[in-house]
Design a protein around this ligand. Sequence first.
Ligand SMILES: Nc1ncnc2c1ncn2[C@@H]1O[C@H](COP(=O)(O)OP(=O)(O)OP(=O)(O)O)[C@@H](O)[C@H]1O
Ligand SMILES: Nc1nc2c(ncn2[C@H]2C[C@H](O)[C@@H](COP(=O)(O)OP(=O)(O)O)O2)c(=O)[nH]1
Length: 419
Amino acid sequence: MARRMMSRLGQWSSYVFAVDFDMNSDPIYFALASKHSERPQVFRNVLADEICYSLHVQSDDKIERAKFYGGLKNKLSKELPPECTILEMSTFQPNVKDSVIKGYFLKDASKSSATERVLGELLRNDPVYVCSYLCEGEDRQWSQHLWSNTEDGWGEVLEKYCVVPAEKPEHHPSTLNIINYDVFYSFEDAYKVLQQCVDIIPESKAVLELVDQRLKSKEKTDFPVIVIEGLDATGKTTLTESLTEALGATLLKSPPQCLSPWRARFDTEPPLIRRAFYALGNYLTAGQIGQEARQTPVIVDRYWHSTAAYAIATAVGGKLGNLPQAGSEVYGWPGDLLRPSLVLMLSLSSQERMRRLQVRGQDKTMEEEELEANHLFRQKVEEAYQRIEGPACVTVDASPSPDQVLQQVLLLIREKCHL
Ligand SMILES: Nc1ncnc2c1ncn2[C@@H]1O[C@H](COP(=O)(O)OP(=O)(O)OP(=O)(O)O)[C@@H](O)[C@H]1O
Ligand SMILES: Nc1nc2c(ncn2[C@H]2C[C@H](O)[C@@H](COP(=O)(O)OP(=O)(O)O)O2)c(=O)[nH]1
């Protein structure tokens, strides 16, 4: 396995390695070469005399890659010495979609053999991991050595490459694998992921059986379909309930009630599997919308915008500016997913939203924790919401009283949906 991954420099000369030393700045980019092209400052300014390792998950099966990578950080944090810093790392071909291999860069200041022992154990037990050792030679040049493991520990150096600085690519590596890894743009693509999970996640079978019985949704609906979107505690539940009453509408939500028994289970899975679950939830809801919109207007509490916005914001590392540009295909609407008549996005100041979260007092979901703790994540979710098209969302100020928000929204619906 290790040989296959790093067999020939030719295969790797087109790859770049990105290491996130700091969440709020660009990664450090470096490449491998057969000889040093210039004195690489690439690490001088970030590494003292630590020993560094790069650890990748290399498998042709994307479910296996997702599962191994999903559990790896936890494993490393538990087993490595505390002086060993674990940094996100991507190996990719600049601007080549689907080319990203995710891994970790370990800066080991522990001055002990514990790190090598843990990595050796990892490589012996799971051949899906590939590990390299980076060091600075006497000539003060950096090189990367692919290590194989043998029964009694680290084996001989398999391949040695020179580490040289690499240009910052046009697109942040985390944007290269969004399609069909973080966001699914067809029923088929999402369905296939859960089909491949049946052996490792038994609950997938029950979800697929429900999805197989879903109602087929039509392109056009007889009555308007209005989706209410927004961050947690912006007032979606309050508004959707009063709106349903005011319009004599049917209230639906995504993921639909029938998936509730499995939601918490899939929330613990890596993005590839979790987002496929939510995508299938949207298709189930679409079938219900199609049926209900024959008799009444339909109000939906979260739908495609939530699925795509949270997935994109979670996938894209680093700064807000790393999000794919507006107009990118990642913000497109799935061609086979029912389109609503109107999507309203409730907008609220952070302070008022936090106040409402506290007042509500419910447990916070993992993503709510993230939204609260991480201003940058929240900004990315809000920005991604705004960039999604087909239809785009219309922003509504949710800070007035519940009744004033309701009146404002009824006016908008009358204007846009002629209700
Ligand atoms: N317009 C409003 N003004 C003041 N408080 C509000 C308003 N709308 C909702 N609230 C209160 O804010 C809290 C959150 O509201 P709600 O549960 O409707 O938000 P939500 O968007 O559905 O949250 P989540 O997405 O996390 O379920 C509740 O305590 C609710 O009573
Ligand atoms: N509904 C929905 N929620 C999603 C999706 N992807 C991520 N989330 C996050 C958003 C929220 O932080 C969290 C809870 O969503 P919610 O639908 O408001 O849950 P609930 O609290 O109403 O049951 O899940 C998604 O695809 N759909």
